[in-house]
Ligand binder design. Structure first.
Ligand SMILES: Nc1nc2c(ncn2[C@@H]2O[C@H](COP(=O)(O)OP(=O)(O)OP(=O)(O)O)[C@@H](O)[C@H]2O)c(=O)[nH]1
Length: 420
């Protein structure tokens, strides 16, 4: 499998790409976890507050309740109500426990459970009910309309809500000018963060674990996809190169490696359309190796093949990339140029000279020559591409007839201009 993964670098890149969604999801999960934790704290605080507040209202609804005066429940010196203490017929002293006193007592009891409740106010009657700095700030904001406050401080979650005057409170506090709905203070509840932190740590560990597994799975899938893509790309590349090979084979002459007749003519007809539309000069050079049969007869067919190959090679050297060329048949070659008669004649002469300069050796040294016929579209005004080829072929015939190793140009009336 590894051979399909192009490089170590690509594996690293895939690894990093897979990391992006996993890290994103991990961050999102942690954010949701912390939001849920704060919601839990809020529910815990709200529930506790609601329970205490219900007890306080029960107490207020009874106008306070009497309890036996003991060391734990002394007479409340800050409570100024008639019959604050009463004697039972058996001689026991009872004292009024109002909601505030009851809340303080509940707070004392809860201390063992590490939960603390603190009744406080910005103007407390009892100096023990002074707010700390966080409570003071919360109380001030309650007066501005805030409904609750939470904080995690020194390993303790704190929750606070304002205490509003309820109709049940009015029986005792009407004389003090209290109004229903007034904020007279607040109740802060503190509970240790350990249990929630423990729960969070457990959930966090599970999230990490799940994301590690997700990352490994994602990485494996991505690597598998990469392998499949690589395999597919290799197959496509192979198919394409095979197709290119077949196209080249289908369009190339095996011996000379020039375009074969079919491909040459197809390109020629296409180019003819373009030059005709744009009315550009366009010349055809029909080239034939002179006395080629003699080469075959004297030096053998293989030598003949060598001659064709080397001439084709020289021909290519004397043409530009844009020029069309190919093997028209046997020892005949065709060239098409975007050139007028003058330029086409220069090229023909260059080719003629180049052919002359090739030296061959069989049993003896020998050279070859070529004859060339030229026809030009604007000059000869053919009826079409086939007609232009016919005209160049006729000029070639004339070049042969006039002694070979020369080029002839077709004229409009069919006769030829000869370069002597
Ligand atoms: N070696 C070899 N010979 C070929 C090939 N194709 C055609 N020929 C030969 O080329 C020769 C062409 O001879 P001719 O048509 O008589 O022309 P020529 O001998 O060149 O005479 P002119 O054209 O009149 O100068 C024939 O003998 C063909 O067999 C080829 O691919 N290889």
């Amino acid at each position: 499998m590894l051979k399909y993964l192009s490089s170590f670098k690509s594996i690293v890149v895939i690894g990093l790409i897979c990391l992006i969604p996993v890290v994103f999801s991990y961050g999102l999960s942690l954010k949701t976890l912390h939001a849920s934790a704060w919601q839990m704290i809020q529910i815990k605080g709200e529930t506790s507050f609601h329970l205490i507040q219900t007890m306080r209202l029960w107490n207020a609804g009874h106008g306070g309740v009497y309890a036996l005066v003991t060391v734990q429940t002394p007479v409340n010196p800050y409570l100024n109500v008639p019959e604050r203490e009463i004697e039972t017929p058996s001689g026991k002293t009872l004292t009024v426990v109002n909601p505030a006193y009851m809340t303080r007592q509940l707070g004392e009891r809860l201390k063992d459970t590490q939960v603390e409740i603190h009744l406080t106010s910005l103007k407390p009657l009892n100096p023990n009910n002074q707010p700390d700095s966080w409570e003071r700030e919360a109380l001030s904001s309650f007066e501005q309309g805030e409904q609750k406050r939470m904080i995690l401080s020194n390993g303790v979650y704190r929750y606070m809500q304002p205490l509003k005057v309820e109709p049940a409170c009015m029986e005792c506090h009407q004389s003090q000018g209290y109004q229903v709905g007034d904020i007279r203070g607040g109740l802060s509840i503190s509970f240790p963060s350990d249990d929630i932190n423990e729960l969070l740590a457990g959930l966090r560990a599970e999230i990490i674990w799940a994301h590690q597994i997700a990352y490994v799975l994602l990485l494996l899938i991505a690597l598998l996809v990469q392998v499949l893509i690589h395999k597919l790309a290799t197959k496509l590349q192979y198919a394409k190169s095979r197709q290119d090979e077949l196209n080249t084979l289908a369009s190339t002459d095996e011996l000379t490696q020039l375009a074969n007749r079919r491909h040459l003519l197809a390109s020629f007809f296409e180019r003819y359309q373009t030059v005709e539309t744009q009315n550009l000069p366009f010349s055809v050079l029909m080239i034939d190796i002179d006395y080629f049969k003699m080469v075959n007869d004297r030096y053998g067919h293989q030598m003949g093949d060598q001659v064709l190959k080397r001439f084709a090679n020289e021909l290519m050297k004397n043409l530009r990339d844009h020029d069309l060329s190919g093997r028209y048949g046997g020892e005949e070659f065709m060239v098409a140029l975007n050139a007028n008669i003058a330029l086409a004649s220069t090229v023909a002469e260059r080719i003629r000279q180049a052919a002359e300069e090739i030296s061959f050796y069989a049993e003896e040294a020998f050279t070859i020559s070529v004859s060339i016929g030229i026809a030009e579209r604007r000059f000869n005004q053919p009826k079409g591409p086939e007609d232009l080829i016919r005209m160049s072929d006729e000029a070639l015939y004339q070049a042969k007839a006039r002694g070979r190793n020369r080029f002839c140009v077709a004229t409009q009336n069919g006769s030829v201009i000869i370069n002597d």
